[in-house]
Design a protein around this ligand. Structure first.
Ligand SMILES: NC(=O)c1ccc[n+]([C@@H]2O[C@H](COP(=O)([O-])OP(=O)(O)OC[C@H]3O[C@@H](n4cnc5c(N)ncnc54)[C@H](OP(=O)(O)O)[C@@H]3O)[C@@H](O)[C@H]2O)c1
Length: 260
């Protein structure tokens, strides 16, 4: 199936590692131009090299930015418009939230994690949407997480940010309808990125990490970043033109509930 992404332009936040990096590679393979942003210069350079390896003549741009800062978000969007001319697709993906015990998480940690994982998505969408509205064309894909569907004491900050993002995604779709902008959310379960690997090894406490991975989902394994990237590419594409205001779970069956 041709995803018809050739010639499209995309910003992928956190596109230097994990799910974002896999999505960036997928997009350039499909002939789209991408701008990836993250804080670390070396990982950005590595992702560019990987993209050029994956697709000859790949059009990939980078922007070093800390997305907890509103002024850096504005700069990223300006750089994307200058580099690519317009923005057809925004993949809000850069995020992480610390697990931990409720009584030991101070305000400052709640604020920092929300600044990235919630306000980073909100601010980026608010900067990009006017560009999309002018063209009456655009797609916003929010990469959220199943932590928002399954409240737990040990992942309260990330879970609360994700729950808020599921709401924001549907509300933004309502707004986007007026401007020709499609909005979708993705709720990944455990996906084997560097972040999950480090977290699993740290918390394995003497157990073989492979045994921990095997128990993460009914399919007996965590997901691969490329599997989420394929879903992002499809949802960003004209092939998904009727999917709007939906939050879609990709978790190997880990969430047993009716919602998600
Ligand atoms: N992996 C999972 O199991 C899983 C499950 C559910 C949801 N998710 C969600 O999926 C998204 C991607 O996760 P991942 O596992 O692929 O993460 P990852 O491998 O840790 O990559 C995170 C990316 O975001 C960038 N980033 C982090 N903080 C940033 C900041 N302040 N400003 C700009 N960029 C920043 C990182 O680069 P720098 O560090 O260099 O800035 C990196 O490019 C996240 O929103 C995560 O919450 C992941």
């Amino acid at each position: 199936m041709d995803l018809e992404l050739r010639g499209k332009t995309a910003i992928i936040t956190g596109g230097s590692k994990g799910i974002g990096r896999a999505a960036a590679l997928r997009f350039v393979e499909e002939g789209a131009s991408v701008l990836i942003c993250a804080r670390g210069r070396d990982a950005l350079a590595e992702a560019v090299a990987a993209a050029r390896n994956a697709a000859q003549g790949a059009r990939i741009f980078t922007s070093e930015a800390d997305l907890t800062r509103p002024e850096e978000i504005r700069r990223v969007v300006d750089e994307a418009v200058r580099a690519m001319g317009r923005i057809d697709i925004l993949v809000n993906n850069a995020g992480s939230a610390r697990p931990g015990e409720f009584l030991k998480i101070p305000d400052e940690d709640w604020r920092l994690d929300f600044d990235l994982k919630f306000f980073g998505y909100v601010r980026m969408a608010r900067e990009v949407m006017p560009h999309m509205a002018r063209e009456r064309n655009g797609v916003v894909v929010n990469v959220i997480g199943t932590g928002g569907l399954r409240p737990s004491a040990g992942y309260m900050v990330g879970g609360a940010a994700n729950a808020a993002l599921n709401h924001f995604t549907k509300a933004l779709a309502d707004e986007g309808s007026r401007h020709g902008v499609r909005v979708v959310g993705i709720n990944p379960g455990p996906i084997l990125t560097e972040r999950l690997r480090l977290f699993t090894e740290r918390s394995a406490r003497g157990r073989n990490p492979d045994e921990v991975y095997a128990r993460m989902t009914p399919l007996g394994r965590p997901g691969k970043p490329e599997e989420v990237a394929d879903l992002i590419a499809f949802l960003s594409s004209p092939r998904a033109a009727f999917i709007h205001g939906a939050n879609i779970t990709i978790d190997g069956g880990a969430n047993p509930g009716l919602i998600g």
